[in-house]
Design a binder for this molecule. Structure first.
Ligand code: AMP
Length: 119
């Protein structure tokens, strides 16, 4: 499961589909959501094609830890106000009943002044 040729987020990582990049390193890629719910709304994804949280095991703990540890830094860089007045919301939809539309694991990071469009 390194990359899935039919996956839109794998294509974004590969540069085959344009995105507004927020961050990239050897393991992770972050980019602005195309349909933002909030003034700040970006996605952090592993470059590795993992379809969803349902496929995550203990072997992925370092990767997921890295995503979670990166989120606060990127949130501030992207304009979220500092905690506790500001802050951000982290969401990972999983499966049809979890509201997942794109089947490449991703963490939504949303923030900024309310009201938001959704969420
Ligand atoms: P989810 O429902 O959690 O699977 O959310 C998928 C998210 O991906 C949605 O918020 C979409 O707006 C976003 N999205 C889909 N295609 C793109 C794209 N090409 N660039 C940026 N965000 C996208």
């Amino acid at each position: 499961m390194s990359a899935d040729a039919n996956c839109i987020f794998c294509k974004i990582v590969a540069g085959q589909i344009p995105s507004k990049k927020v961050f990239e390193d050897e393991d992770l890629f972050a980019f602005h959501d195309i349909a933002p719910w909030a003034p700040v709304h970006f996605l952090i994804i592993p470059k590795l094609h993992i379809p969803s949280m349902a496929q995550v095991g203990l072997e992925h703990a370092p990767l997921l830890g890295k995503i979670m540890a990166l989120a606060p830094r990127l949130a501030l860089e992207q304009g979220c106000r500092p905690y506790p007045e500001g802050g951000f919301r982290i969401v990972t939809n999983t499966g049809a009943e979890g509201g997942q539309e794109v089947h490449h694991l991703h963490v939504h990071v949303m923030g900024g002044p309310r009201p938001w469009l959704r969420g």
